[in-house]
Design a protein around this ligand. Sequence first.
Ligand code: FAD
Length: 271
Amino acid sequence: MDNNTFDVIIIGGGSAATSAALTLINRGKTVAVVSNKTETSSLYKAEKVTNYPGLPPMNGAEMSELFRKQLEESGAVMITGRALSVLPMDGTFGVAVGSDYYMAGALIIAAGITREKLYPGEGEFLGRGVSYCATCDGMLYRGKTVAVVGGGEEARRDADFLEGIGCKVLRFEKNGRYEIRGGLKADTLVFSGEEHKVDCVFIIKDTVSVTKLVPGLVYENGAIQVDRRMATSVPGVFAAGDCTGKPLQIAKAVGEGNVAALSACDYLAAK
Ligand SMILES: Cc1cc2nc3c(=O)[nH]c(=O)nc-3n(C[C@H](O)[C@H](O)[C@H](O)COP(=O)(O)OP(=O)(O)OC[C@H]3O[C@@H](n4cnc5c(N)ncnc54)[C@H](O)[C@@H]3O)c2cc1C
């Protein structure tokens, strides 16, 4: 097995992912956890958590740090970054993180829920003039005009990178109304009513909606449809936590993470 291949890859780093990783490690599996920073978890925002067994009342940030420390010490390989896409191929799964690629025999999605709305045109043109990853797709737009939408360090870095490889970069950091238009491909970014002709719009944000992550997943009321084994509609892909729907609670996320991990072990054993 090479350094980029694991028994199971978990996408997400909150309570569901932590629980799944601990169970998988106990079962002797090799595990990679692809996760954004701890602060992006829903739990991090909780003012005070009083309903989780075994821990005294504490704020969400403190509890998130406890989960993350346990996860980091579990033996799982931590990959910090956004999983951009999942490619199922021949019984294995490829997961793109930035310009890197990781493989696994089974996948657990524990990505929580994103409250960020998609911009009009974002889903429609994704992969056709809309990208979440400058490092992955930047070269395709060398010498062309691209827009980078998003604030923060990552967006600044990506804009610098695109400029460095010879793109003409339009930056959009401020809040405003965005819309992406085009025909076969995106060709226009409308920002606050003003049209900008572009060849690609790079949208830089922490989360990628789970509906865009894995092709072929079935959803129910906006949540990933799972059975009691936390199996999704795609064989080998399991899901746990807020991304499978209500109740949005830590105890439910942790329980589902455990079940998803055990089901992933059964799936790998039967392969
Ligand atoms: C304000 C607030 C207060 C709350 N209070 C309570 C409470 O008191 N008690 C309670 O039981 N529950 C509470 N909750 C709910 C609880 O926080 C969630 O149910 C729980 O955190 C769900 O865990 P999760 O692992 O499914 O998702 P999350 O904790 O949200 O973790 C998901 C992680 O995956 C990451 N991620 C998503 N997409 C990707 C990607 N593509 N690549 C890499 N990483 C990705 C996210 O950035 C995030 O870090 C509260 C929630 C909020 C918002």
